[in-house]
Design a protein. Structure first.
Ligand code: PLP
Length: 332
C-alpha cells in the first residue's frame, strides 16, 4: 500500500496543513463553528488544542473522561455545543456510539480527532479519522516530518465547505525533525544517533527558553505557533514512505514493550492491542521505579518516554488522579 492508495481507501476529500491544530480550525469552520459557539471537548486533552477554538472565537465546554479514556458520564448529561470532538487516544479507537447519539439528539457536528492514529483501524477495519464526516490527523506525530497534518471530509456536504488547498511552503514547523529522520536512516546506530540529536536539541531549547518542551505555557492555549501551510516536500515525503512497514514497525514495537512491561509488573493503559490498531506509542501507568524501568527499555531503542497531555488551565485542577500518571513510550 502507498499513501495514495490509503487516500483512495479513505475516500472523501482531504486538505493538508502544518499542524493538527490548523486542521482542527478547518474542521470547526466546516462544522459551522463561529464566534461565541461552544465546542465540546474531553477533559483529557493537550492545552494547545484550545488555540484552534481561540482562532475562531469559540469557547470550550467539557465532558469528563474515565480511566479507560472513554466518556465518564452519559451523553444526555453533556453540555450543549455546536461541535463535539471525539479523540482516538494514542491511536486506539474511541467508541463513537455515545458521540453519534449526542450529535443526533442535539444537532452538534461530530469531529473525529485522530491526531494520534494515522494508519490505525477499528475492529470493523475502518481507518480511524474516516469514521465520521470530519476527521483530522497530525501526520507529524506518526511520521518524522518537519510538519504535516490533514483534514478528511466525507461526501455529505462538508467537503464542499473546505477552504482551497494550501500550497506547500518553507522548511516547516520543526525542521530539526527532518534532520532526525535522516539520522535515523543511517546504516549503523541510526536510532541512537537520532536520540542523541534530540537530547541536544532539548538542552539547547532549555537553555534558550527555560523549557525543554515546545508550547508548554499558557500562550499555547491561544496561539498556533506556525503558518497553516505544510512545508515544502510534504507530498513527496508522503509518497515515499511505506505504510505497511510503518504499521508493522509500530505493532512490533508495541508487542515488545508490552511483554517487557508485563514482565516488570507494569500495567498497559489499554488491556489489549486490537488486530488493526496501530498505536502512537505504548501508554502505561507506573510509579517512579516503573517509569525508570520503562525509560531504560525506551532509551535502548532510541525512543522517548513522555508525559501527555499538558492540560488546559481551566480543567487542570479537576482531572481525575488516575489520569495524571499516564506515560507514553513514543514510537516516533
Ligand atoms: C488529541 C490531539 N489533537 C490535536 C492535536 C494537535 O496536533 P498538532 O500538535 O499537530 O497541532 C494534538 C497535539 O498534541 C493532540 O494530542
Amino acid at each position: 500500500m502507498t499513501f495514495e492508495q490509503w487516500r483512495q481507501q479513505a475516500g472523501g476529500t482531504v486538505r493538508f496543513f502544518s499542524l493538527g491544530r490548523h486542521a482542527l480550525v478547518e474542521a470547526l469552520k466546516v462544522a459551522g463553528v463561529g464566534p461565541g459557539d461552544a465546542v465540546l471537548l474531553p477533559e483529557f486533552i493537550c492545552r494547545d488544542v484550545l488555540a484552534s477554538l481561540h482562532a475562531l472565537g469559540a469557547r470550550p465546554v467539557w465532558y469528563a473522561v474515565n480511566e479507560s479514556l472513554a466518556p465518564a458520564v452519559q451523553q444526555d448529561a453533556w453540555p450543549a455545543a455546536r461541535a463535539v470532538v471525539a479523540v482516538n487516544y494514542f491511536g486506539f479507537p474511541q467508541r463513537l456510539a455515545p458521540f453519534r447519539a449526542y450529535a443526533a439528539r442535539t444537532g452538534a457536528v461530530l469531529v473525529e480527532d485522530n491526531a494520534h492514529g494515522f494508519l490505525s483501524r477499528d475492529d470493523h477495519g475502518q481507518w480511524l479519522g474516516t469514521r465520521t464526516e470530519i476527521g483530522i490527523f497530525s501526520l507529524r506525530k506518526s511520521l518524522l516530518l518537519a510538519d504535516g497534518a490533514m483534514i478528511r471530509c466525507g461526501m455529505n456536504g462538508f467537503a464542499d465547505r473546505l477552504s482551497a488547498p494550501l500550497a506547500e511552503h518553507g522548511g516547516g514547523y520543526a525542521p530539526a525533525v527532518a534532520v532526525k529522520a535522516r539520522l535515523r536512516r543511517l546504516p549503523v546506530g541510526g536510532p541512537q544517533v537520532a536520540k542523541a540529536a534530540t537530547t541536544a536539541i532539548r538542552l539547547l531549547r532549555q537553555w534558550r527558553s527555560g523549557s525543554s518542551v515546545l508550547g508548554d505555557d499558557a500562550e499555547a492555549e491561544r496561539v498556533i505557533p506556525a503558518p497553516a501551510a505544510p512545508h515544502l516536500g510534504l507530498q513527496r515525503e508522503l509518497a515515499a514512505f511505506d505504510p505497511e512497514a510503518e504499521i508493522a514497525r509500530r505493532r512490533t514495537a508495541y508487542a515488545d514493550v508490552e511483554a517487557f512491561a508485563r514482565r516488570h509488573g507494569i500495567r498497559p493503559l489499554f488491556p489489549a492491542l486490537g488486530d488493526a490498531t496501530v498505536p502512537y506509542g505504548f501508554a502505561f501507568r507506573a510509579d517512579d521505579a516503573g517509569r525508570q524501568t520503562m525509560q531504560g527499555w525506551a532509551a535502548r531503542r532510541g525512543f522517548d518516554v513522555i508525559s501527555w497531555p499538558a492540560l488546559p488551565d481551566e480543567i487542570a485542577g479537576r482531572v481525575a488522579d488516575a489520569l495524571r500518571d499516564i506515560r507514553l513510550v513514543n514510537f516516533l
